[in-house]
Design a protein around this ligand. Structure first.
Ligand code: ADP
Ligand code: MG
Length: 453
């Protein structure tokens, strides 16, 4: 392998710690090193989105990292594959076919790879409708739901669908962060206060970029919270676009009315179209998603493994995907087929299912005995030294409080056949102590935290 490619591999490892996982997987890992001329390092991507949005964002970090690897200042150039191919006469055949065929992450964000269940059906159907007939019905379309549940996936699905089926339409995807940053930058470039409305206005380049489109997709609008002038700009962008029948799609982690610090007029504008939510998928949907992912990755995953993962991971789909990837990586590493035991091993750190200790009187006796440095036999038996008698009362009190055992049973079965009145008396003594003595209170709290695990 050429040296510059090895250096890129080193840089990728370093970048994995500097770039958020999602962006790392979607963007950095898909970059292909094609050329290094001693100063400029050229990388290509096959995704327009990667080139347009992610490249500017991560360029700096990539340059810094490569400069570190080379121990000198390196400039980085990120090009679309076509751009690179057109530019160079291709004397450098460095574009590796193997890497070229690797499909881009974002290209996988299409409707066909989105598995919907009751939790996301409405979001799926409305996103599809919007993609088929932008600007017609649901305008704006507002999709909300927790992290990792498929909002960005659906946004890109709309993007990819329109690119393919309505190539004449101008479509723009941006995160609220990008909108915000560009807006701020545009103010710096000569825009100012609009005398009539006393609002900060952006410059015309920014305006035309966002207002001269047929479809505008804005991801994660919750980040607009508190950014007043940017919200105002968004509001106007919104009115302009929807006013002339252009489609706007928005995603957020909250429903519009719950978006704190978002101006009322903006959130009510959000509400004028269709609001759909994506909630957590149920077990069947999780299994279906895993099966689909396995199929897409060309993995042979037994049903019991699908069930194992789907049962144990219910937080979100990103985690579900992560678990499957981990199992696959483990199987590759060990050169073993994917099996239940291999999956259990691979996921043991992720699935922390502590076996909850059932709270029983013997268990409490054990904890109390340990605390007082005596044996369980001492607690159960007839010895009367003060410390043992006291520990016994503590254990009785805790058993009555934390188990369903009756006073009768506690005394008879667990404390050497004692009468229920003895148990009752013990609970009274300890309750009184707790009320009066801080030391006892603290001790009981400590024991209780051990009992509850
Ligand atoms: P969000 O934007 O809501 O945080 P993403 O759209 O980034 O979530 O989804 C996280 C990951 O889970 C992505 O890789 C996406 O492809 C996948 N995913 C989410 N929902 C689904 C689904 N219903 N079917 C298949 N994959 C999904
Ligand atoms: Mg997202």
């Amino acid at each position: 392998m050429e040296e510059y490619k090895q250096n890129w591999e080193k840089a990728v490892v370093m970048l994995s710690n500097l770039v958020q996982r999602a962006a790392f997987e979607s963007f950095i890992l898909c970059l292909v090193p094609v050329k290094y001329d001693g100063n400029v390092f050229t990388l290509t991507t096959n995704s327009t989105i990667g080139k347009e949005f992610q490249a500017p964002r991560y360029l700096n970090r990539i340059e810094m990292t490569l400069s570190e690897v080379y121990n000198k200042q390196i400039k980085v150039n990120i090009l679309l594959e076509e751009e690179y191919e057109n530019m160079s006469s291709r004397t450098d055949l460095a574009v590796q076919d193997s890497q070229k065929t690797e499909s881009n992450f974002y290209d996988k964000y299409v409707f066909d790879t989105f598995v919907y269940g009751a939790n996301s059906q409405l979001a799926y159907v409305s996103a599809k409708k919007v993609a088929e007939e932008p600007g017609q019905d649901y305008n704006p379309l507002f999709m909300w739901g927790g992290v990792g549940l498929g909002k960005t996936h659906l946004m890109y699905a709309i993007y990819n669908y329109i690119k393919k089926h309505h190539p004449e339409k101008k479509i723009l995807y941006c995160t609220s962060e990008e909108f915000l940053n560009e807006f701020i930058a545009s103010i710096g470039k000569g825009a100012g206060y609009n005398n009539n409305s006393k609002e900060v206005t952006s410059n015309s380049k920014f305006r035309s970029k966002y207002r001269d489109v047929d479809v505008l997709l804005i991801d994660d609008v919750q980040f607009f919270s508190g950014k007043e002038s940017t919200q105002t700009e968004l509001f106007h962008t919104f009115n302009t676009l929807t006013g002339i029948g252009k489609q706007v799609v928005i995603s957020s982690d909250q429903p519009p009315q719950k978006l704190e610090f978002i101006e009322k007029r903006l959130s009510s504008r959000f509400s004028q179209g269709l609001i759909v939510d994506i909630s957590l998928p149920d077990f069947e949907t999780r299994s279906a998603i895993l099966n689909k992912k396995a199929e897409l990755l060309g993995l042979d995953v037994p049903d019991e493994v699908i069930t194992f993962i789907a049962e144990n991971i219910s937080t979100n789909i990103r985690e579900l995907e992560g678990a499957l990837t981990r199992v696959a990586a483990f199987s590759k590493l060990k050169a073993e087929p994917i099996s239940l035991s291999l999956s259990e091993q691979a996921l043991k750190d992720i699935i922390n299912k502590p076996i909850k200790q059932e709270i029983t009187t013997p268990f409490i006796q054990e904890i109390v005995a340990n605390h007082f440095n005596i044996t369980v036999e001492d607690i159960r038996g007839k010895k009367r030294p003060a410390n043992i008698a006291y520990a016994r009362q503590v254990a009785m009190y805790l058993s009555c409080k934390h188990t369903d055992d009756t006073l009768v049973r506690v005394g008879k079965e667990y404390f050497g056949g004692r009468d229920h009145s003895t148990v009752h008396y013990a609970t009274k003594v300890i309750s009184k102590d707790i009320a009066e003595k801080e030391g006892t209170r603290e001790m009981i709290l400590e024991l209780e935290s051990k009992i509850k695990g």
